[in-house]
Design a protein around this ligand. Structure first.
Ligand code: PXG
Length: 465
């Protein structure tokens, strides 16, 4: 790939970035001292930085660039839409063709009873919509007190006050007055970290039954909805035991609680089906979508809503919406992204080629002394690192220190593989080929070996007592 020369030297870019650019989820001063890596272009699964390094992006950006980088069709559609109708809103009794088309496409792709779409600009906005929509739904049905929402610890549903409150990240709740009242968090189905001596099946059931206990504590007449990611992503790619979701579904049905499946990461092929709800065999009332909807090429999200909820919401004025709800350029890009996914049958590629190859590559790493196990669902996976596989022990030092070390070694080997605590996270573009997965595995092994060597030298291979 030709290197780019039409920008300032890296150090100058970094200095400007440090002076003026505030980064999400970052200690700005630390980053300023180190200098941010400047990404200048990307093609396929590779990023290029300002020094010309080519980096394999095993995270698809932030779990979103499902078609890979540099698809010219998406840029062409955006350009055409910008010339024809760059913006118009969908408030005040107007609509536009890209919004209509995308809503119809999504209704066709979604499970049969989900036929209505409320657009947003991001996953956070969409989950804020969901919170207000489920409360409005019950209020319109004469049950305004049915307003509490139950979520999980270590869930990620966004970063706005509403969606961040729905999420279960304690380090987020520690800042800015979250969670807002009326939101409750039960335990997550993370057998590896929290399952103790239970079998995964028993643990999955026990964690699902925390929902029932919480509903009974609050009173079912006060609970509007449960929200969960079919497979937790940002929490560490936590694939729930097979017993978990059927039990959650049973409980939601029994107590007449709406089920919101947050498909922001799982949606659009990541788990090998259009939606993670299909993979987990659940029937949600609302699905949150974003990220892979446009392969990250344009900011767009939304809520796909059941006929039953839409019937109630459409009968009132729902006083909610965003300037960019259903933005025509973003909608056109999303539509083209979904068209390409269908034309190239990306789901079959995931099921038959990419996911089996990724699983085989990760299984090959499972023998590594640091790798505890392989958690995988389609094209999202995690490798929990441990000093002792059999007991699933945590490291004695600070949680996340080992994961951070490994991530630094990944970067040094031109690989983006994230860490969540001491778990390494993988979520590559869905179009990745088996040959590219081999390259990923080679780099990942180098990084794991270098991490192991570091830990040995620094006497950090001890288990927490
Ligand atoms: N729901 C889920 C399941 C997500 O993963 C959101 C909602 C919020 O979407 P927006 O578009 O508002 O960011 C997300 C986003 C990470 C990371 O480090 C994950 C996300 C966002 C940023 C970082 O894993 N997920």
């Amino acid at each position: 790939m030709a290197s780019i020369t039409n920008h300032l030297p890296t150090a100058e870019l970094q200095a400007l970035d440090a002076a003026h650019h505030m980064h999400p989820f970052t200690t700005g001063d630390e980053l300023a001292a180190k200098g941010a890596r400047v990404i200048t272009r990307a093609k396929g699964i590779y990023l290029t930085d300002s020094d010309g390094n080519e980096i394999l992006d095993a995270m698809a950006g932030l779990w979103c660039v499902n078609l890979g980088y540099g698809r010219p069709e998406l840029g062409e559609v955006a350009k055409r839409q910008m010339s024809e109708l760059p913006y118009y809103n969908t408030f005040f009794q107007t609509t536009h063709v890209p919004g209509i088309a995308l809503a119809k496409t999504l209704a066709d792709l979604a499970p049969a009873h989900l036929n209505h779409v409320f657009f947003a600009g991001s996953g956070s906005e969409a989950n804020d919509t969901n919170l207000r929509m489920v409360r409005t739904y019950w209020a319109e049905k004469g049950q305004p007190q049915k307003s509490h929402v139950i979520s999980r610890k270590n869930a990620y549903h966004g970063s706005s006050i509403g969606s961040g409150s729905l999420g279960g990240m304690t380090y987020m709740h520690a800042q800015g007055g979250m969670p807002i009242p009326g939101i409750h968090h039960i335990g997550q189905p993370d057998w590896w970290a929290e399952g103790g001596d239970h079998t995964p099946e028993d643990f999955g059931l026990a964690r699902a039954q925390e929902l029932e206990a919480k509903i009974l504590e609050l009173g079912a007449e006060n609970v509007a909805a449960f929200i969960g990611e079919p497979v937790q992503g940002a929490g560490g790619v936590i694939v729930p035991p097979a017993t978990y979701w059927p039990e959650i579904q049973r409980i939601c049905k029994k107590y007449d609680i709406l089920l919101i499946a947050d498909e922001v990461i799982c949606g659009f092929g990541r788990t090998g089906n259009w939606f993670g709800s299909e993979t987990m065999d659940i029937t949600p009332d609302i699905m949150t979508i974003a990220k892979g909807l446009s392969s990250g090429y344009a900011p767009i999200g939304g809520s796909i809503v059941s006929d039953a909820i839409a019937e109630v919401i459409n009968a009132c004025e729902f006083n909610h919406g965003y300037t960019y709800s259903g933005h025509p350029v973003c909608a056109a890009v999303a539509e083209e992204n979904l068209r390409i996914m269908q034309e190239e049958d990306i789901l079959t590629h995931v099921r038959k080629v990419a996911a089996p190859a990724l699983k085989a590559a990760l299984d090959g790493l499972a023998d590594h002394p640091l790798v505890g196990t392989v958690n995988i669902s389609g094209m999202m996976a995690s490798l929990p690192l441990t000093p002792h596989k059999e007991s699933r022990a945590k490291f004695a030092g600070d949680a996340g220190a080992v994961g951070y070390t490994c991530r630094e070694h990944c970067f040094a080997n031109n690989l983006v593989m994230r860490h969540v605590g001491d778990r390494m996270i993988i979520s590559p573009p869905l179009v990745i080929t088996p040959e590219e997965i081999e390259i990923f595995a080679t780099r990942a092994k180098l990084a794991l070996d270098a991490t192991y060597k570091d830990l040995k030298e620094k006497d950090m291979l001890k288990a927490a007592s």
